[in-house]
Design a protein around this ligand. Structure first.
Ligand SMILES: Nc1ncnc2c1ncn2[C@@H]1O[C@H](COP(=O)(O)OP(=O)(O)OP(=O)(O)O)[C@@H](O)[C@H]1O
Ligand SMILES: [Mg+2]
Length: 362
């Protein structure tokens, strides 16, 4: 993630690299919305409308097990550390796989930002993917306890997303949200009564990066790292031939033949071909959910359009392809990577009426 600060409407995006003084103004804020993702954790500070994203990564000393860095700083160390240091991703396929590292990550983010002293015991709403297991819910709540929160509520991600998009969830008939994140793709149809149909696949952004790495290795006999593959994915997307001009990106890697560093040109066609099998899975999931959707909701879904959220929603050409495959206009929502956390934050207004999920721990 870049280090610049963005101003979008009333929401301020605080990226890593902020100064402590930036945060002084938000002292006293007590409520937070959190989107805990495989690639990114996004914290939304309600009172100041601050969005604070961090990479979901923790650096660990192998010998002692000590966790000493987190977020974007830990992510940047990946592939560059001595053997004595390991970079851990506490979530895989949108599920917590390392509880200790998750708690460390969340605690570090909160302690490093505005709630340094933990005196304020925040209330928080955490987005969870539709269909998350009871064990996972418990894991998130236990992490919340270590953060000293005084009340925690779990909310379904697609519902948070709709609130974040400003949809009037009390009045709408039906809406379709496709969240294409790093570790999973979640396709959901929501009515004003809650989740109606959903399906998911773990073929998210990380699987896309792997597919690009494999393609480059097979075609060019060059090994590139995941960040290089991710960068090609962001630059080239899936519709290389849309403008009729063959687009290309450059990637640095290691020649499998000579073992030496090389730079190669990778075309949009390469990336598009690499991603095609994953895209087919995504289209199939979207069509499958539409087929299972009650007819009464379809008209409203058509009116709203299919809403694409998550980082990979920004893949060049994806909205056009989903529109083509389904015949329903699909569009990328504003701030696709932050909309869940923003929606969770907006739902904090109703928190007084929501049951405290921490009670489930007893
Ligand atoms: N401009 C872009 N174009 C394409 N992909 C992008 C872009 N920006 C970010 N991504 C991808 O988005 C993914 C991260 O998205 P997001 O933050 O929504 O995932 P997450 O919420 O952490 O994961 P999940 O919800 O699956 O647990 C990464 O794979 C990243 O490469
Ligand atoms: Mg996500």
């Amino acid at each position: 993630m870049s280090t610049q600060t963005e101003q979008n409407k009333k929401t301020v995006i605080r990226r890593p690299g902020f100064s402590f003084f930036d945060w002084l103004g938000s002292l006293g804020t007590e409520d937070i919305g959190i989107d805990l993702g495989t690639s990114n954790v996004v914290v939304y500070v309600k009172k100041k409308r601050l969005v604070y994203p961090e990479s979901s990564a923790v650096a660990v000393r192998v010998r002692t097990g000590e966790m000493f860095a987190y977020g974007t700083r830990a992510e940047a160390m990946e592939g560059r550390t001595p053997q004595s240091i390991r970079i851990v991703h506490p979530l895989r396929d949108s599920a917590i796989v390392d509880y200790g590292a998750t708690a460390y990550l969340l605690n570090s983010i909160i302690n490093h930002s505005y709630l340094k002293s933990m005196l304020f015991h925040p209330r928080m709403i955490v987005c969870v993917p539709a269909g998350v297991s009871g064990v996972q819910r418990r894991a998130i709540l236990e992490a919340a306890v270590t953060m000293g929160v005084r009340k925690a509520v779990l909310i379904d991600q697609p519902i948070a997303a709709l609130i974040g998009m400003g949809v009037d969830t009390e009045r709408m008939q039906g809406a379709m949200v496709v969240d294409i994140g790093g570790g999973s793709v979640n396709v959901s149809v929501v009515s004003r009564h809650g989740m109606v149909v959903s399906d998911s696949t773990y073929e998210g952004g990380l699987a896309m990066d792997q597919a690009i790495m494999t393609r480059v290795r097979e075609k060019y006999k060059v090994q590139i790292g995941r960040p290089a593959a991710e960068s090609l994915k962001k630059q080239l997307g899936i519709l290389w031939d849309m403008s009729g001009v063959l687009q290309a990106g450059e990637a640095a890697g290691k020649s499998l033949e000579s073992g030496l560093p090389v730079k190669i040109g990778v075309t949009g066609e390469d990336v598009s071909n690499a991603l095609r099998p994953i895209m087919q899975v995504i289209y199939k999931k979207v069509l499958g959910v539409l087929q299972k959707t009650p007819p009464a909701l379809l008209a409203d879904i058509r009116d709203h359009g299919i809403m694409l959220s998550g980082g990979c929603a920004q893949l060049w050409g994806l909205d056009a392809m989903i529109t083509k495959v389904t015949g329903i206009p699909a569009y990328v929502v504003e701030q696709p990577m932050y909309v869940n956390a923003i929606g969770a934050g907006a739902a904090l207004d109703y928190m007084d009426y929501m049951r405290d999920s921490l009670q489930d721990l007893h």
